[in-house]
Ligand binder design. Sequence first.
Ligand SMILES: Cc1ncc(C[n+]2csc(CCOP(=O)(O)OP(=O)(O)O)c2C)c(N)n1
Ligand SMILES: [Mg+2]
Length: 730
Amino acid sequence: MSKPQAPELTPDELRHAYRVAVRNRSMDERIVRLLSQGRVKFAIYGPGQESHATATALAWHKATGGDDFGFCGHYRSGTLVSMWSELTGREDFVKDVLRQQLSKATDPFSGGRQMVNHLLDMERGILPIQSPLGMNLGKAAGWAQALKLMGKTKSFVAATIGDGSTAEIDLHDAMNAISVWSLPMLVMVTDNEVAISTKPHEGRGIKDLKAYAEAFDLEFFEAKGTDFFACYETAYQAARFCIENQKGALWHVHGLSRLNGHSSAGNYRFDLDQPDPILIFGQELVERGVLTEDDIVKRISGTGADYFAHHDLGGIMGEEDAIVGRWMQEVEGEPDPDPNTIAEWTRPPFPAVADPADLSDRPRTNVTYAGALRAAHKHILESRPSGVWGQDVGHLGGVMQATAGLKDLFPNRVIDAPINEPLIVGTAVGAGMHPDFVALPEIQFGDYSLNAYHWLVHMGNLYWSSLGQAKPSVILRMPTDPFGGGAMYHSMSVDGFFSPIPGLVLCMPSTSYDAYGLMLSAADYGGPVVMLEPKYCYRRTNGPAFPGEPTDKAGIKALKDHIRRGGIPDIGEGVRVPLGKGIIRHAGTDLTLVGWGRGALFGLEVAEKLAEEGIGVEVIDLRTIVPPDMDLVFESVQKTGRLLVVADDRPFAGFHREIQAQVVEAFPGVPTKAVGMKNVPAIAQNEMIEEHTALTPERTEEAARALLASATRSTGMGGWNWMPSRYVTG
Ligand SMILES: Cc1ncc(C[n+]2csc(CCOP(=O)(O)OP(=O)(O)O)c2C)c(N)n1
Ligand SMILES: [Mg+2]
């Protein structure tokens, strides 16, 4: 392969690179000084990476023009992002890094929420750097995937990991995504031959990065990280390779120095024995006649730990250091974040959705739950930049047939993904961060979503930690709960695992109408939403009819046949179900039954049965589990004085207990029970045992009757004016 030659850099460009390099060095070393004075608690920085960083940003800017670009670095990428910012018109970037270092309210990346050098600038394609090392790769791969699905044919995306982080499974995930989806993405391994304190022989299983890259059909590049010109050339070639071939590459940047240790948590004394790229770069620029000896930094003999004691800064760094010093003073005087704002940016505002009119008079729908999901996907795929990916979602239409028929309509945007849940969810997070893109990943069985648990946590905290700048629009769907002999690992309920994750919206629709309406609201919403879909529901036709559904016999038969054969029903415009709002499925005054998923359906069965005996059970279907519609629950309990919580998951330490706890806090003394799966490790394959373990209508009824029979009482502690219900007194 003939490699493209990088355009020659002008003296002005070289001087600019040197200036940015020394400005960042000055900032880092001034922070080191603050650390030793105890004026900063923690720092992580990049002295030793400046030549590689400035050269790389310059090369990528030349190779891409700054468009259709994405980069997710790590905590040592500050100088690279600094250079990129200047090239794309953002000034005073270092001042902003200082604001983050000092955790000021003015920190534009996170308002004092993130650790220093956890940067982002969505407008310039700088994706949010977060601490979990390998996950920056998944976000970048997803960003690239969405660019591709949006028809960008000249895009380029890069991500950084250190040499030690090559042991993280995330690298395997990203390499698979880049290889299988042919993503124009460069994996940059910045190798300083150490990971905090762990040496390569202790921490690196990959012995040959070239062979490793080639095994995934990625082009391999390498360059010495202290050599500005080699890095510039290689960064340009690697970027052009990715752009022209729309394929992936791996760049091993070796020989990097780490001049102040890993972070302030260890020994951060400046290491005079390692090669300093700034000294090398300065000398080269003098030799090329670009700078004079007076311009550049030089090593001098001095005493003490301070970098400044051992260096004559020269003209350029002298100027830059004066600017940094001034900025530092200014930033120190800026305000701290206001404690009253901690709950801000927890999640995006929910879209305003008119509460659906009372649907109880509507006939039952003839659209199955799976059919409704197909229609929701179709609507989203038609109306927005979006993509569906998951195992077997394309050719097969998903194991639950929730995506059947979609690949025929959108062959490139409905994608059969590798068997790798973190890859599926992680790339969805990256893709969903594009302002208009909605990622629609599916996990084949909820049980396997546990492999991607960290991605759920990650997508839940991105919005908060970036003050709303990183907003992953992801609708992650998965079948859950026991049904029909699924056995272990095809029966798990995951609501109790996921409900404590901050920042997520967790839905479990029980009807076709809600499945469709919640998905569309989730797409309008634009934040991360997890849809848990009870396997029991897919072929059922629970809930009200959609507007315009046929009512004549022939029409109904045609609709049913169409859906049974994998067709996508045509659901008219406008159906939406509000996020965060429950619904009363059955009114009553004797007992409040709060359920979700199958629990709501069984609850309704029980309510209808008890109504024949004159017992009024009020059934609330939460629909959105998190955040739960507690107003609706409280209003009902205020009226009935009893609470039963019903869902498939185990009540033990699960979400049942959250509802109970909130109700008991609001209404001390209220009698309450929770019913769900028995507290055993899993569901057995034997269906008789499954029946004995899982939630059933019978156990729901039993719990309701026991609760109705128990005397209710008020402790008088909570000040709620509870009156004995008609059932108990009468
Ligand atoms: C997933 C994860 N595990 C552990 C850490 C803690 N940690 C932070 S940096 C680091 C070492 C990384 O070494 P390397 O990848 O070589 O990068 P370097 O810092 O040397 O540039 C570790 C273990 C983390 N941030 N993320
Ligand atoms: Mg390292």
